[in-house]
Write a protein that binds this ligand. Sequence first.
Ligand code: PLP
Length: 220
Amino acid sequence: MSIKQNLLNIKSTLPSTVTLVAVSKTKPIPDLMEAYDAGQRIFGENKIQEMADKWEAMPKDIEWHMIGHVQTNKVKFMAQFVSLIHGVDSLKLLEEINKQAKKKNRIIDCLLQIHIAEEETKFGLNEEELNEILSSTTFQEMKNIRIVGLMGMATFTDNQDQIRKEFNHLKSIFDYLAAQPKTQNLEPKTLSMGMSGDYQLAIECGSTMVRIGSSIFGGR
Ligand SMILES: *Cc1c(COP(=O)(O)O)cnc(C)c1O
């Protein structure tokens, strides 16, 4: 099936409360343009240089989401245009985003990435580290970032019960965050969870944003 048809099929199954990020990493611009022409305006990339190249080449009404792990020294290459950074998992990274956003006179929206999977290799914070960030004066004084929610990835497994358990865990942390007093830089509303293989389950568990790549653009 075509990219357009894949996209429209998926969109027709998503509740109106759920935002679709079309994950276009490694795919060439004509593939992205096919999705764009079918109405898609939010794209997710996991490498900053690749995202910057695509941003330069493509229409300017696209929202670019960084969904991959971010190296501190590369934040400056996306500060001008990135709409949402999903994978923030340290105060140090947040400080750099704040600094680069300030230079561009912007406020950059960020999601804190929570480690919910069993695998050791996946990035992310635990609840204690999340609380340390939120309670630090360094964070509270930042004026050029805004934490708008959380992101997480489930274990890569066929075990649906386990994935559900991990998504429910992330949702409970999100509910805790959403119950905190809102401030200028803390406005939780987005829960980014679910990919091609598990997005339906993620939505059942309360996801408000799904990151779908291979089911739209084909395998990588
Ligand atoms: C690649 C990627 C996705 C999309 O994965 P698919 O299985 O192709 O849908 C989602 N989230 C992150 C963080 C990714 O790196």
